[in-house]
Design a protein. Structure first.
Length: 169
């Protein structure tokens, strides 16, 4: 846990407020603190493929431009960095440094939402994740998750949808 404890409740409360305002269908699931997709999925009782794994990627475009992408894939898939790089016309792509990722997400690693609340963070979701009727993710807290109707996620988060995942081996 980082020293920035204030960001977590703030982002969690903003998510609830935004979903309520949009009339989204969701439920909260309290559990032991856990941020690893496979372990928290078992605690929640959801298939790992319905978990929204949220990863922040740095994409370099030439020598002077850097963009950050919030890539959301199914919990049982692997992020394809080459696909993210190609999607943004990048010359290089890698996972963002933990400190940068947490600053952009507004929450600690393991609790990153599949929503972007930062203007410098572009949201992309893999279509494989969106095939399930419901998505599961930590709700900006290690001890609370959310189950959200997929169609409401797409409507409220409005992600760019592109193939950015490969099957996990």
């Amino acid at each position: 846990m980082t020293g920035d404890h204030e960001a977590v409740p703030e982002v969690h409360e903003r998510l609830i407020k935004d979903l309520d305002a949009a009339g989204a269908r969701y439920r909260l699931i309290d559990h032991e603190p856990e941020g690893r997709t496979d372990l928290v999925s078992a605690m929640r009782g959801n298939p790992v493929g319905q978990a929204a794994k949220c990863l922040i990627v740095m994409v370099k475009i030439g020598k002077k431009t850097t963009r950050y992408v919030l890539a959301v894939v199914a919990g049982n898939a692997r992020l394809d960095l080459e696909a993210v790089k190609a999607l943004f016309g990048g010359t290089y792509a890698s996972f963002a440094a933990k400190e940068k990722a947490e600053a952009l997400a507004g929450s600690v690693s393991g609790t990153v939402l599949p929503f972007s609340y930062h203007p410098d963070l572009e949201l992309v979701a893999d279509p494989g994740l969106l095939a399930s009727p419901e998505l599961f993710f930590n709700a900006a807290r290690l001890d609370r998750s959310m189950a959200l109707a997929t169609e409401d996620y797409i409507r409220v988060a409005d992600p760019k949808i592109a193939p950015i995942a490969t099957s996990a081996s």
